[in-house]
Design a protein around this ligand. Structure first.
Ligand code: ZN
Length: 252
């Protein structure tokens, strides 16, 4: 950012990143909003406008009415697959390349951190990358799933004919055990957790900042709107997520 004068917060966060032994990012929906993916908590936004996410994106909805579930998810998956990462995702990939960030824990299923070049990405809510068969455990790339759609409008496992489920965590489902264990290990090792675009309200992920705090680590929060950790944050930024992270990167 040529000629840009870093704000105090951006400079302070840049300093914290440089002096920390282990920094980790925790990201939520807010980092993907500039890529055109609406945060479903924002009323009247995009794809979620006409449906209640608790109703359609619930494991019970998948089980009781898979045709309705998939009629909602097929176009959503298709459009999510075409979305590109933005400069905020790229800033985190760059921090990792510079050795200033150990990894990214994300609540997002959109794969944008991976697309932006981040190497260590822990997807605690799964991702749109693949689907699997709840019956036999068979795994399918999401791109292959269209070919599995039968007459009922739902993709069926070629082996056991059960309805295939996307590998995203639905409401009412447990988080993947391995990913959550890795996230907790990283949170407890981190002396800086950079929370970005998350309201930090959805547990168990919302408990991760307190793991870092409990081990004497610090929090930096770059999120619009209040979070339960605002008073614990060493740095608090609440502007545009892209502008904020570009500013931090420029101050390194
Ligand atoms: Zn199967």
């Amino acid at each position: 950012m040529e000629g840009q004068v870093a704000t105090d917060s951006a400079s302070k966060l840049a300093d914290l990143l440089k002096e920390s032994r282990c920094s980790v990012a925790l990201t939520g929906a807010g980092i993907s909003v500039p890529s055109g993916i609406p945060d479903f908590r924002t009323p009247g936004e995009g794809l979620w406008e006409k449906v209640d996410p608790m109703e359609v994106a619930h494991i019970d909805a998948f089980r009781s009415d898979p045709a309705r579930f998939w009629s909602f998810y097929r176009p959503r998956f298709q459009s999510l697959g075409e979305v590109e990462p933005n400069a905020a995702h790229e800033a985190l990939a760059e921090l990792e390349r510079q050795g200033l960030l150990e990894g990214v824990i994300t609540q997002n299923v959109d794969m944008l951190h991976v697309k932006a070049g981040s190497e260590r990405v822990i997807e605690v809510h799964g991702s749109i990358r693949s689907c699997s068969c709840p019956q036999c455990g068979g795994s399918f790339a999401t791109a292959e799933v269209e070919a599995l759609v039968g007459d009922e409008g739902v993709p069926e496992c070629p082996t056991c004919v059960a309805v295939v489920k996307p590998d995203v965590v639905l409401f009412g489902e447990m988080l993947p055990v391995d990913a959550m264990a890795e996230a907790e290990a990283l949170a407890s090792r981190a002396d800086l957790m950079l929370c970005i675009g998350s309201s930090l309200e959805v547990y168990p992920v919302a408990g991760l900042p307190s793991v870092t705090l409990g081990r004497g680590g610090r929090l930096a929060i770059v999120t619009q709107g209040p979070t339960p950790y605002d008073r614990d944050a060493a740095v608090r930024m609440d502007g545009d997520v892209v502008a904020d992270l570009e500013e931090v990167l420029a101050a390194i």
